[in-house]
Design a protein around this ligand. Structure first.
Ligand SMILES: [Mg+2]
Length: 264
């Protein structure tokens, strides 16, 4: 299955890990592909963690990874904004350290929600931002979301790091960034630009970072609507695993479907 593959874009949640632990055989799988000279790339829509935090999280699950092998939707969102708006772009955001660090590394100026946002919008800075981006932030409140909506209306567009409806957790799921995006879209009437999977440009950006051609890569993930759709649209080999959040894999369009990465 992995013949000719040089770079493996590996989804994390539901593919390598579930909650606080690795999926059985995932650590060995990563070592096995390294031995075969296949570069693992930890390719995640999760924008909350910095690459350093992704590496420590994977390490706590027993999976060995390097910082430069991590590719997050926050990094790609920041890349798009810097390209679209320019360096030193003033960016209003809701999100956690993964998004903050990615924006800072692109040279963006962070426009944070005020500590006590007023529901009527802070008129002084409402139009100060040139871009608006949202990543999952469990500390977001009605007031910070209201502040963000004002920014979005002033700018005329906004970006989501990812549009995932749910996020797997030890006790099932928590609402994902897509759920927060629905709030903003309902309130503003403006649909988001989505950086992460299923956007095939996220795959292309990652391949470029690792100097890999389309026919040298594979996308491995549990979610047909995000991981597999992104891989297919980019023309990359796709393998769907059944180890993630219960998602239908029957009728999957992936090139291959296996129970878990332990089978690869
Ligand atoms: Mg997943």
């Amino acid at each position: 299955m992995l013949e000719n593959v040089r770079v493996a874009l590996l989804d994390i949640d539901g593919t390598l890990c579930r909650g606080a632990s690795a999926i059985a055989g995932a650590a060995e799988f990563v070592e096995r592909i390294r031995d075969r000279k296949i570069r693992p790339v930890f390719f995640t829509n999760n924008a909350t963690r910095t690459p350093e935090q992704v590496v420590s999280y994977l390490a706590s699950c027993g999976i060995g990874a390097h910082i430069d092998e991590v590719c997050t939707s926050a990094q790609f969102a920041a890349h798009i904004i810097a390209k679209r708006v320019g360096e030193r772009a003033k960016v209003a955001y809701i999100g956690q350290s993964g998004l903050e660090q990615a924006l800072s590394e692109q040279g963006c100026v962070l426009v944070r929600p005020p500590s006590k946002p007023e529901l009527g919008g802070d008129r002084g800075v409402r139009h100060a931002a040139e871009a608006a981006v949202m990543g999952l932030d469990p500390t977001a409140t009605y007031a910070t979301l209201a502040w963000f909506c004002h920014q979005v209306v002033g700018i005329g567009w906004y970006m989501l790091t990812n549009n995932d409806a749910r996020f797997p957790s030890d006790d099932g799921f928590v609402p994902g960034n897509g759920a927060l995006g629905s709030f903003v879209t309902t309130a503003t009437g403006i649909k988001p630009v989505v950086a992460g999977k299923p956007n095939p440009d996220f795959v292309r950006y990652t391949l470029e970072r690792f100097s890999a051609e389309v026919d040298e890569a594979v996308v491995i993930g549990d979610n047909g609507a995000t991981d597999i759709r992104a891989g297919l649209a980019a023309g990359v080999l796709t393998i769907q695993v059944r180890s993630g959040v219960p998602l239908p894999t029957e009728g999957s369009e992936a090139d291959f479907v296996v129970d878990s990465v332990a089978d690869l």
